[in-house]
Ligand binder design. Structure first.
Ligand code: ADP
Length: 267
């Protein structure tokens, strides 16, 4: 876990988020306050609203009610130009990578680098250098830079997607089940990259994940959602050792089975 995270002020404030899709209520009044440098793991049963919560934060999904304020910017009341600027400062890692198949690996990452360089009109050489550094950062060798995403393994593709996000030099990273579509054998290589970023980059992160060992070891905070509501919110040690909800107790038992307790108690 990061040892010098800056946790002095609410960096992200989510207040009373509601979202319905037809008759389905995905979020039912979610509020949370995240300090700069925190790494918040968000978990809960399938369909409980995790992905919707993440997507309401950068308005890939429009909430029906509620407010999101990021670093003083009122996200939920931004018009399109402001939203576009804001999104260029938020890295989003999708479950299914969302790489552009017709572009090469380096071109995909340049898309991320260009987003953050647009405002500063950084020259082409710097954009390419930034993309190459991001790929180096996630361990993608130069021999793969000119390949198309489809010719890489799932783990490599997700690492390219992570490089695209960090090439944006984001102030917030949102991860939507980044290992859920990978073979078990490839999950660890992506988790290793994530843990390394957490340890060294100190970026504020919200990570939707079912990887409880990772959450216990790497997150500063664990949030449990159930039916569109937060039912647990605290350090992994607190949530996994002294849960207050029925779902929290089920996760605590699961964590014991997976031997997450020792990891969590170090958090
Ligand atoms: P999770 O990420 O926890 O699996 P989601 O946020 O994806 O949950 O979904 C919450 C609920 O909203 C689920 O019942 C899901 O089926 C529903 N839902 C999500 N997206 C849509 C959509 N675009 N249209 C209709 N229902 C949706």
């Amino acid at each position: 876990m990061p040892d010098n995270c800056e946790v002095n002020r609410a960096f992200l404030q989510v207040t009373g988020l509601f979202k319905r899709y037809g008759r389905v209520t995905a979020l039912s009044g979610v509020s949370m306050s995240v300090n700069a440098g925190e790494v918040v793991a968000i978990t809960g049963p399938s369909g409980c609203g995790k992905s919707t919560l993440l997507r309401c934060i950068n308005r890939l999904v429009e909430p029906d009610a509620g407010e999101v304020v990021l670093d003083g910017v009122p996200v939920t009341s931004l018009g399109y130009p402001g939203l576009r600027r804001l999104r260029s400062s938020i890295g989003f890692v999708f479950q299914h990578f969302n790489l552009v198949r017709r572009l090469t690996v380096i071109e995909n990452v340049i898309l991320g680098a260009e987003m953050s360089c647009e405002a500063s009109r950084t020259c082409r050489d710097e954009v390419e250098a930034r993309a190459a550094r991001a790929l180096d950062r996630v361990g993608i060798p130069r021999s793969l830079f000119l390949r198309r995403p489809d010719s890489l393994s799932g783990g490599e593709q997700q690492r390219v997607a992570i490089a695209r996000a960090i090439a944006m030099d984001p102030k917030l990273m949102l991860w939507d089940e980044p290992t859920a579509s990978l073979d078990p054998i490839l999950v660890q290589e992506v988790l290793d990259v994530m843990e390394d970023l957490i340890e060294k980059e100190h970026i504020t992160m919200l990570v939707v994940t079912h990887e409880m060992r990772f959450a216990a070891r790497a997150a500063t905070r664990l949030v449990l959602l159930d039916h569109g509501k937060i039912v647990e919110d605290g350090s992994p040690a607190k949530v996994l050792c002294s849960p207050t909800s029925e779902l929290g107790r089920r996760y605590a038992r699961l964590a014991q089975t997976l031997a997450c307790g020792a990891a969590a108690s170090n958090v």
